[in-house]
Ligand binder design. Structure first.
Ligand code: HPA
Length: 232
């Protein structure tokens, strides 16, 4: 029995795409997938299963932040036997060279999750993407003629922060971007013997202050979704 996902056994595919926004899950299900059913409406965190090029795939809103994504990833894997959890979300770039709409394949996720520290008794776990999914995404992007940036990202629990120099050390260590879910997704996928990957679109650049228009966002989100659906 699952507290937050109201699906019946068998209704969720082996591979689940996880956008933060449940309405993004609905939009992708309705415009890019076929033979779609909605399996979850609990808390408005919509989840759908359908097909893409004949392959069965699900898409589930994860909500924002590591607390929320942890609930969905945990239940998907332990209650519904999901094998691949693929985040499809946005991030704020912290390298000046990264432009709005560019796609990042996150090799690893540093972060400030107190939950991780707590679990690992104060030590730092290296939260890493699954190699097979990472390689498949890289190849799919090449085949689709979509340029991707491979590198490390940072997952934070605090979107708002007062420290203006907050990212200096992370920029120096070549962290590409900041978001709020991947460190937890990678850790849980490892712990629960599933495979995890985050494919991210740059929605803003924290250093230059650049932000995306709604239209740019739509096009670049589609690139990211295509890569994820292709490897499902
Ligand atoms: N910070 C954290 N998460 C984000 C951001 C950001 O600037 N942009 C998109 N996700």
């Amino acid at each position: 029995m699952s507290f937050h996902i109201g699906a019946k056994q068998g209704e969720i595919a082996d591979t689940v795409l996880l956008p933060g926004d449940p309405l993004r899950a609905k939009h992708v299900a309705e415009t890019m997938m076929e033979d779609v059913i909605c399996y979850n409406e609990v808390r408005g965190m919509l989840g759908y299963t359908g097909t893409y090029n004949g392959k069965r795939v699900s898409i589930q809103g994860s909500g924002m932040g590591m607390g929320s994504v942890a609930i969905y990833v945990n239940e998907l894997i332990t209650q519904f036997g999901v094998k691949n959890v693929i985040r499809v979300g946005t991030c704020g770039a912290i390298q000046e060279s990264l432009k709005i709409g560019q796609v990042i394949l996150a090799m690893s996720a540093s972060g400030d999750s107190g939950a991780n520290r707590h679990y690992f008794e104060g030590l730092d776990f290296a939260a890493t993407a699954n190699w097979d999914l990472l390689m498949a995404a890289h190849q799919a992007a090449k085949d689709l003629n979509i340029k991707t940036h491979q590198g490390s990202i940072f997952s934070t629990n605090t979107f708002y922060d007062d420290n203006p120099d907050r990212w200096t050390k992370w920029i120096k260590h070549n962290i590409l971007a900041v978001e709020m879910e991947s460190q937890m997704l990678y850790t849980l996928a490892s712990r629960l013997n599933a495979r995890g990957l985050s494919i991210l679109t740059v929605s803003d650049n924290i250093i230059t202050g650049e932000a995306s228009s709604a239209m740019d966002r739509e096009k670049s989100y589609t690139d990211m979704m295509k890569i994820a659906l292709e490897i499902a």
